[in-house]
Design a protein around this ligand. Structure first.
Ligand code: UDP
Ligand code: MG
Length: 333
């Protein structure tokens, strides 16, 4: 049984060596059969060179260097496309997710679960705003989304090979991995843990990126924002009917019907506002359709280290992969 660990790294030069040592000591205690796949997501600092050195020293280490920064979810996707393990663990490079929890996840997997996902019972070293916004996000997400995504769950998790193969068949560009893992199903179990503060360096998820990420989650797993338009439309029409009756009443049965501009002014503003909001919502979905339709590769690989010579650089052609799924799940171009 081979265990693969995927670590996405973006400007993590301060922590990478320490993280590696912690991971190795935990893994040695579980099984000698493991591989560590570091994905460098276009770091501008020394991360790539450090990974190169690690790879030269230890043969369990494999490195995928992406051609530029593609974002955390894509880096993880690149890692998933390069694993060969029977169980695959996703973990951040900054030791916020304690590697010791992997042991418990592996035990769950031995018990027969296909996914063991980490649930944060406590998050240390985060700002109150991040805590609050993350909490709100997971709850709103669950209300809106078509699949139920476990609360307070990040990407720290163990997945069986079968789950990873299922994920590889999902070609979408707006990747919200934790939602996708919920969508595929199989037997899943929660493993509670305490999230520690970042070991060093800064968070690569500033407020703006967090909002984008939340929007990705909601828009790719829910049609509710589109449906809200219908309800808001009906509500507005109902209000307008009352307004029309009132206007007619004033016009027909009273003498004070001239200064009616207030209500028409309000009505125009209100309807204009509602329409703009929902044009925006529709635009968001159409933008996504447009992006998917271009079928660009999700990421590009600059270099691979430690994978043997038969694999060329490039990226997995997901369109092809879906067409030929089962025949050759890992077709390279
Ligand atoms: N990361 C990445 N690409 C990015 C941003 C982040 O690969 O564009 C990695 C980062 O190196 C870390 C993980 O994703 O291993 C989580 O990022 P971070 O700790 O900055 O996010 P936070 O924990 O603050 O949400
Ligand atoms: Mg972090």
């Amino acid at each position: 049984m081979l265990i693969s660990i995927i670590v996405p790294c973006y400007n993590e030069q301060e922590v990478i060596q320490i993280t590696h040592n912690r991971l190795v000591s935990v893994l040695e205690g579980i099984t000698p059969q493991y591989e560590l796949i570091y994905v460098d997501d276009g770091s501008q600092d020394e991360t790539a060179n450090q990974l190169r050195q690690l790879q030269q020293k230890e043969q369990q280490v494999k490195v995928v260097l992406l051609s530029r920064n593609f974002g955390h979810q894509m880096a993880v996707t690149a890692g998933l496309d390069h694993v060969s393990g029977d169980a695959i663990v996703l973990i951040d490079a900054d030791l916020q997710d304690p590697p010791e929890v992997i042991k418990e996840m592996v035990n769950r997997w031995y018990e027969g679960y296909d996914v063991a996902y980490g649930v944060r019972t406590d998050r240390q070293g985060e700002t109150p705003f991040k805590l609050w916004s993350a909490k709100a996000f997971y709850r709103i997400m669950n209300r809106l989304s078509d699949v139920s995504i476990p609360l307070d769950t990040g990407d720290f998790r163990l997945m069986d090979r079968r789950v990873v193969e299922a994920l590889k068949m999902m070609p979408e560009r707006d990747r919200f991995l934790r939602g996708m893992v919920s969508w595929v199903g199989f037997r899943q179990v929660a493993v509670p843990y305490q999230r520690s503060p970042r070991l060093a360096g800064v968070s690569k998820y500033p407020l703006f990126k967090m909002i984008r990420f939340a929007a990705d989650g909601i828009l790719s797993f829910s049609l509710v924002p589109l449906r809200v338009a219908i309800w808001a439309g009906l509500f507005t029409v109902a209000l307008s009917i009352i307004g029309i009756i009132y206007a007619l009443f004033v016009r027909l049965f009273t003498m004070s019907w001239v200064p009616g501009w207030t209500i028409s002014f309000i009505a125009i503003l209100f309807i204009g506002g509602i329409q703009l909001i929902f044009l925006g919502v529709i635009g968001e979905y159409i933008g996504r359709i447009y992006r998917e339709d271009k079928r660009r590769p999700l990421y590009l690989v600059r270099e691979k280290l430690g994978f043997g010579s038969h694999q060329q650089n490039g990226c997995v052609d997901r369109v092809k992969q879906v067409t030929y799924a089962g025949e050759n799940g890992n077709e390279m171009i």
